[in-house]
Design a protein. Sequence first.
Lengths: 529, 488
Amino acid sequence: MSGFPWLTLLVVLPLVGAIAVFAVKERSIKVTALAVATADLLISLPLWWLFDASSGEMQFMESARWIPSLSINYRLGLDGISLPLVLMTTVLMPLCILISWHSIEIRMRSFMAMLLIMESAMIGVFTALDFVLFYVFWEAMLIPMYLLIGIWGGPNRLYAAIKFLLYTLAGSVLLLVAILVLYFQGGHTFDIVQLSQGTYSNSLQFWLFLAFFAAFAVKVPMFPFHTWLPDAHVEAPTAGSVILASVLLKMGTYGFLRFSLPMLPDASQAFTPVMVALSIIAIIYGAYMALAQSDLKKLIAYSSVSHMGFVTLGLFMFNIQGIEGAVMQMVNHGITTGGLFLCVGMIYERTHSRQIADNTGLTKPMPRYATFLVIFSLSSLGLPGTNSFVGEFMVLAGAFLWSKIATALALLGIILAAAYLLWMVQRVAFGVPHPHMLPKLRDVNLREMITVVPLVVLIFVIGIFPNPILTRMHPSVEKVIARVFPPAAEHASAMRQADPFSPTVERITSPTGPAFGQGAQVSPEGQPQ
Amino acid sequence: MTFSAADLFLVLPELLVVMAACIVFVLDPVLRASDKDGLVWLSLGTLAVCMGLTASHIQAPATIFSGLVVIDAYGAFWKLLLYFVTGLTILLSHSYLKEEQLYFGEYYGFVLLSLSGMMVMVSSADLLTLYLGTELMSLSLYVMAGLKRSEPRSLEASAKYFVLGAFSSGILLYGISLLYGATGSTRLPEIAAAISGRNLDDPLLLFATILLTVGFGFKLAVVPFHMWTPDVYQGAPTSVTAFMAVASKAASFGAFLRVFMEGLGGLKANWSAMFLLLCLATLILGNVLALVQTNVKRMLAYSSIAHAGYALIGVVATGHMENSSGIASVLLYLTLYAFMTFGAFAIVAMLRKGGIEGVDIEDFTGLAKRHPVAALLMLIFMVSLAGIPPTAGFIGKLYVFMSAVEAGLPWLAAVALIFAVISAYYYLRLVMVMYMREPSDLSSTSPRMVMSPALSIVLACAVAGVVIFGIYPNPLVNFAMHAVSALK
């Protein structure tokens, strides 16, 4: 393909950086890593403007022969769904490096190298257009993450690391079989775009859906497969937690959206009730568990389970609000939860405790810190004006069209989120500080400000002007919906052309009801291909 | 039987290797200890010449010595792999034997003799030639396994290996004689021709196939014929273990595939069902037993059993389809397996604890602190053995599973992959010990790594194979496909 190889550069640069940190002097390791991650961010930013928002096709395509004898190719591309996720990754990585500036005490070289390898693999996952290439990136991040948790993690790190690895590995092995089956059923190709256009028999779709589900549901993680998450989040170093929560979890939902929905539309519809049920269980159960936690990281970990429930709920609504809301929510959760984990990391650096009981009354000694914590918490509970409100509102609006009861149940999650987050804020920000902790409570310094301020800015920018993201993802999401419900999507497309720049809320309340109503009627019966 | 000088030219590599072995045996007693390094150079030089000669034979298949030997791309594929592994073995042994104070010149002679046996195995077109090759390889290995004369374990390994090896050779020979009775020939093409018109349920043929399977089963170390493997691998000097685990397994697979594809290809339906059972048993038992090992050599022994199971998937798949991509996947798998397994054994050989080898998993504790490079290499080998991308192990598994799915056996791929997850546990346990545990003390008794230029070359070759073929395996895949196309 012609054009500048933006995506290859994005993927390769961190890898080169990972090697470079082994070559530089001891004192310039951190600077080198930061420079590489920042350079990657700067390379990714132009894509936002170069991206053609009117097209749902893959853009910035690159293609090269890799293993032609097995018809495996190196293909990268970006559409409206992966663009925000790639940018989220590149924004977060420099912050992860900044937050690890002093908190990592051993083997700084390897640590930075692992972070950069992770970045490369994560961008690879979001941009790969060849299924084997996708799988390579998908699995390549297991070992760096395993080492991140296992070497630099907390006291129980060995258990958490191997649990994370075995869980995710066990989930993804079936994905490999499914990929191979698809290869032989879908015309001897691993091309994701081509495979997304094929039609497969119902029974095949059923099995493939289950195999995909195993891989993606573990990663998200959906309700019964979530038990690795609290362990991994709690034991991982701050940067590891941020990467896990903000990017790794999104890979699961991205997988559903990129593969399950367009490739297996009939099975996706048939499984909708199950997926919705699991999502709602995750929303309520995660929130309920979060209420009971005394460890800050564990609280946020369970809140992630709950928030990711909204994402999977939105995905399986098969309407524009639901899916766009889900993608929004993926980005939002990355920003907000990333921010919360950064906050926990900062306080842990000072007090060496993550217990809520040890970190109380921080407003007086650390006013700036408390401000950030409150902003991230409010964003996490979906306060209007912040990013999460947009995503959650759209998901719920999408769910409303599908089932009012499901929506009502999911709303419980929002109420519970308000409860556990505000309660946490009340104790941490406004309690009475421990006298013996006071000397340790320095307020946020400049480096830490730089770490969190970009996320705060994004929270409000997305909360107030979500449309730039929505317009970019709109055609791509419509394409996905068109695979599941061809007629409904045509209608939606016509709507969009009539008023392409209508504000979100207007679009949701505008009379698209019949189109989506039709979808809602059809879905229980499982529309034949 | 007639043969011409041209025939002799085609087997020049075999002749050269045998000649070099003889020269080593003759020179060893007369050379002063300080000059014995010359034997290493002689062996390596021979291998380099052979590599060139074999590489030039790839394109032109030829049957020589009245159909006893065939020189083709398929044989060349295996031979090139065997030269490479033998070269690494010699380099590894050079340091290892010094460290173990086992410095015998004839060691290199046995390595070369064993290699010549393997070369005969992979290029034999006649079952008796094959048998001769097998014996030549095995007899040399029996001696090499017992090289640590002062150590009971080594002697036990040698004796055990000899008894079971002789037993399996007997069964193999019995199968050959039954096959001769059923088809009237020991030449593979004639056997194939005789079988093609026959009733496949002929008990004589069936029995011959079973006996051949059992005979080869011992050489390939597949369950339930694996009993000797852990003890022999543990007891033998580590450099010999590496040689056995990689070269002897590769040669056995090479010969076995040729016999079953060229000679018994007509009985595909029969033997693939049999191999399906062996394959499942091997995958399950190999991986599960590896879980509970505390000795790294034993763990790697079970891992090598399990890997034979993965390779067998390709064989089973071939029985269910017309094309031979299943066989090509086996070739690729074993080549990639060679790099990672040899690398892992090389690290084990280098780890010394107070004069003896540090072979317990505990001895690897905190290796990342003391020897970051060695630990990193071991990490790469372990990740590759577990089949996690982007390493060679993943590519090998991918191709094997692809052929399984193509043959309509996705469930087999799924089962194998689930056991791959189990294998990740024991491979990564070593990583965990190296990276995530602190060394208990840094006193003089704690394990240390021996380094030498030769060892660096061995490790560099192994890790380069794992990484480069993990990222760009295309030339190797093409070569494997080309080699398999030479099989009739």
